[in-house]
Design a protein around this ligand. Structure first.
Ligand SMILES: Nc1nc2c(ncn2[C@@H]2O[C@H](COP(=O)(O)OP(=O)(O)OP(=O)(O)O)[C@@H](O)[C@H]2O)c(=O)[nH]1
Length: 304
């Protein structure tokens, strides 16, 4: 299956929800105010968020359509969602020296952090970059083990310690070893226990201090991994982690199998943070750079 087919398939449930919500809205003779209101409501009900939904409604109103059939409406929605998504689509750029480029990956437990790190590592390796992983989530032994398994799968070395060990120490070792062995990119897993925010903030601050001592530019990226199935809760997580850790970019995962993929558009409009990639499956090739046109058309239920 091509990646584009996979993308469209991944967004099927989201597109179905949007489709259900807009059904019948275009049968009226003219696109009047009440139809525009209904379209805005349908978008909000599709997790696209109040800000983006209002913006899309205003854009449709400004285009002064006499009438639209359903396919026409889907096309306009795709165009307007693309206009929101395009400014935040930003491929990860790991150029720059000195090496290694350090990516800190943050997010709540279960958001798909470890899987995303594995997939991201595989994607970078595909481009011939040397990749190393660091198991900075020392809170659970299972998390360390899971990262080791991903390391084996993608053939990347993994720096890890004991359960309950010092995350900053592991990151320190990671940078040292990555530097010594000429690794291009070090990807660091972190704990995501929001239950104890002070501890989490202290831990992330310590990791940053240690990194900064070794390389003033590091971490080069702080990527927040979000689980699309949590819908609006994903937006709350942006709010929390932005304040907690300083987020430089987003990766939205689990867009397959959820009807809540519209939250991607909501996040783009509300926070304007770069979106680097999206996850549409658990497999090693299921993370891809964020293509705003393809994603907007997939959400609108149009083939790419
Ligand atoms: N369908 C689907 N499942 C995913 C995706 N990304 C991750 N998962 C699954 O989501 C679950 C949680 O992913 P993890 O990578 O363990 O999440 P985590 O944030 O590291 O969680 P902890 O290890 O508890 O800290 C796993 O079963 C993954 O296989 C995705 O894009 N699509």
């Amino acid at each position: 299956m091509s990646w584009l087919d996979k993308l469209t398939g991944g967004f099927r449930k989201t597109a179905d929800r949007l489709g259900d919500n807009i059904t019948g809205l275009t049968s009226k003779a003219a696109l009047d105010t009440s139809t525009l209101d209904d379209i805005e409501e349908a978008l909000i009900a599709s997790d696209i968020g109040p800000e983006a939904s209002k913006r899309i409604r205003d854009a449709i109103a400004a285009r002064r359509f006499e009438q639209l059939d359903e396919r026409g409406l889907r096309t306009i929605l795709a165009e307007e969602m693309e206009a929101i998504l395009a400014p935040v689509a930003k491929p990860l750029d790991i150029w720059g020296f000195p090496r290694p480029h350090v990516i800190l990956v943050i997010g709540v437990n279960g958001s798909g952090k470890t899987t995303t790190i594995g997939k991201l590592g595989a994607w970078l390796k595909e481009q011939d970059y040397g990749v190393m992983l660091a198991a900075g989530d020392t809170f659970r032994a299972a998390a360390i083990e899971q990262l080791r398994i991903w390391g084996e799968r993608i053939d990347a070395p993994v720096i890890s310690g004991k359960e309950g060990g010092d995350a900053a120490g592991i990151v320190f070792d990671g940078v040292k070893q990555a530097t010594a062995t000429g690794i291009d990119c070090l990807i660091v897993d972190t704990a995501g226990r929001l239950q104890n925010k002070t501890h989490l903030m202290d831990e992330l601050a310590k990791v940053r201090r240690v990194l900064g001592r070794l390389n003033t530019e590091a971490p080069h990226d702080v990527l927040l991994v979000l689980d699309a199935t949590t819908g609006q809760n994903a937006l709350n997580q942006i709010e929390v982690f932005r304040n907690l850790a300083g987020v430089t970019g987003l990766i939205m995962t689990k867009l397959d199998g959820t009807a809540r993929g519209g939250v991607l558009v909501a996040a783009a409009e509300k926070y304007k943070l770069p979106i680097h990639a999206i996850g549409v499956g658990e497999g090693v090739n299921d993370l891809r750079p964020f293509d705003p046109r393809a994603v907007a058309r997939a959400i609108a239920g149009l083939s790419a």
